[in-house]
Design a binder for this molecule. Structure first.
Ligand code: ADP
Ligand code: MG
Length: 317
């Protein structure tokens, strides 16, 4: 709870700074999708956009017993909404293209990692082994919108990017031309600021919640950050975070502390930030150079080094 308060204070301070720059800014933050979701617009925030977030939560949550995904995971075969169907379809494609670094079949594994517990501890080797074998089952996209899945699906690495896209589209459909939406580590920017300036999205220093290493200039697009500092616990002096290497069932190891992915495609930005974290720098650059996906990335290494791809409009502080 204390952490939540801290973040709220930061958000509040942020909205005050924004307000002091001229055009009146309206900011609002709600807790949804297991994180803080905030909207910054230059007009009143339509309440429907919040309802939209909650309705997607009811579609994509792995843990909410009333969600559509929960029902699919329980029944193994179900007729689902077109949106759930297409998000799973897209996730499978990204999984293939990232050599399984991104893999939504890890539901049984993520269920073992309780980052919210008062006394979190890593699962046993046996538990991991069992969950790993359960995470290898095929997902079949059947006729109509039927899905059959032999593994429990977790959309935590991609849903926020999808919802960010939908929220922007909704606001635009109302004639709202500019704003910023933040869902946990996923930021959506649309339109220039009223003063004509491009938006600057600060990239957090993984070592310190109150510092940034630089910023990305962004007008229309998405920035998604996956970092080992977002959800983690320490046990016996070792850090366990929430980005899982699907080949081991354990938090992905390596020399990266966070990856920011910038793309016009919110789903891609979100899924790839998770995937690149697991892949590590060299394989990520290979994927980048293949050119099958249009994205840019900023990598922050554990030793503090920062590397950005050529097209990332990243500027150091
Ligand atoms: P956050 O959810 O904190 O914004 P990410 O976008 O990196 O961070 O997503 C991490 C979430 O995605 C985890 O909480 C888990 O639900 C899921 N996840 C973890 N590892 C993977 C993976 N290798 N492939 C797909 N999803 C993953
Ligand atoms: Mg992600």
């Amino acid at each position: 709870m204390r952490r939540k308060n801290k973040i709220l204070i930061i958000l509040l301070a942020l909205s005050l700074i924004l307000t002091s720059c001229g055009a009146r800014t309206y900011s609002e933050t709600v807790f949804a999708l297991d994180t803080f979701v905030s909207f910054t617009l230059y007009e009143e925030i339509p309440p429907e956009v919040k309802s939209l977030i909650y309705s997607y939560e009811k579609m994509f949550s792995r843990t909410d017993e009333k969600s559509e995904l929960y029902r699919l995971n329980l029944e193994d075969k179900a007729n689902v909404s077109e949106e759930l169907y297409s998000l799973i379809e897209e996730s499978l494609k990204i999984s293939e293209d990232t050599m399984g670094a991104f893999d939504i079949r890890i539901g049984e594994i993520t269920a073992l990692w309780d980052f919210k517990s008062d006394h979190p501890m890593p699962p046993s080797d046996e538990e991991i082994k069992k969950a790993l074998s359960l995470s290898r089952g095929e997902i079949k996209l059947l006729e109509g919108t039927y899905i059959e899945s032999a593994s429990d699906i977790d959309l935590g690495g991609v849903a926020k990017g999808y919802i960010a896209e939908k929220a922007v589209a909704y606001l635009r459909s109302l004639g709202i031309e500019s704003g910023l939406i933040s869902l946990g580590g996923n930021i959506a920017s649309f339109g220039k600021k009223p003063d004509g300036e491009e938006r600057k999205i600060g990239i957090r220093d993984p070592m310190s919640a109150s510092d940034t290493v630089g910023y990305i200039k962004l007008t229309d697009g998405f920035v998604s950050v996956s970092g080992d500092y977002e959800r983690f616990f320490l046990y016996d002096g070792k850090k366990y975070h929430h980005i899982i290497d699907p080949s081991t069932g354990m938090p992905a190891e390596g020399n990266i502390s966070s990856v920011a992915v910038i793309s016009k495609d919110g789903v891609l930005a979100d899924a790839l930030s998770t995937a690149l974290f697991v892949l590590g720098y060299d394989s990520s650059i290979e994927l980048y150079e293949k050119g099958i996906y249009d994205f840019e990335a900023v990598f922050i290494f554990k030793d503090g080094t920062v590397k950005a791809t050529d097209g990332a409009e990243f500027y150091r502080d």
